[in-house]
Design a protein around this ligand. Structure first.
Ligand SMILES: CC(C)(COP(=O)(O)OP(=O)(O)OC[C@H]1O[C@@H](n2cnc3c(N)ncnc32)[C@H](O)[C@@H]1OP(=O)(O)O)[C@@H](O)C(=O)NCCC(=O)NCCS
Length: 149
């Protein structure tokens, strides 16, 4: 049995910033923004990828409120690989990077009608810090979370 087959999926996952080679995958998976936005974000270290055996399986898009306060715009793991610590692994990578840049807090958010991502945020030590009513289609609110780094 080779070394690889004895390692768990989580152990085999590599987390890194996206590079130009990931552009196509990011554009397909993150359909909320244009290709130009993603191109610029790749250049600025604002997209993080989780990769398994050379294939992206997780994605995080970072934003900065007022251009200086970090905020997770999108995080997702491909369904097959959820609940295996990969979301937490992406978050840890981002937190380490942000701390090294002198940031002391990270924001994120989740739709008010989606209890599962809200529960995930609480599991990874985010604390609810406010709501913007009616921000989403259909008048659905957005719940904001904050995590000290
Ligand atoms: C939310 C999401 C990114 C989490 O990633 P993940 O890899 O599945 O999560 P992890 O396995 O790293 O979970 C980390 C912790 O959160 C907990 N958790 C995960 N999903 C949870 C859920 N639905 N409810 C409660 N807790 C949850 C895990 O039990 C784990 O806790 P532990 O480390 O104390 O055991 C992923 O489920 C996803 O892609 N969901 C769909 C997209 C989405 O909703 N994104 C968020 C939009 S704001």
């Amino acid at each position: 049995m080779g070394l690889c087959s004895r390692m768990s999926v989580n152990e085999r996952v590599i987390v890194r910033f996206a590079g130009p080679e990931d552009l196509e995958w990011c554009v397909v998976e993150d359909s909320h923004v244009t290709e130009l936005v993603i191109r610029n974000k790749i250049v600025n270290d604002e997209i993080v990828i989780a990769e398994l055996d050379g294939q992206p399986i997780g994605y995080l898009r970072l934003e900065y409120l007022w251009s200086n306060i970090p905020y997770i715009g999108v995080i997702f793991i491909i369904e097959l690989y959820r609940n295996d610590g990969i979301g937490r692994k992406i978050l840890s990578f981002l937190e380490e990077f942000l701390r090294s840049r002198g940031h002391d807090q990270l924001f994120s958010s989740s739709q008010a009608n989606e209890p599962e991502p809200q529960a995930w945020h609480r599991s990874v030590e985010f604390v609810e810090c406010g709501i913007i009513s009616g921000l989403n289609e259909g008048g659905i609110g957005e719940i904001f979370f904050r995590k000290p780094l």
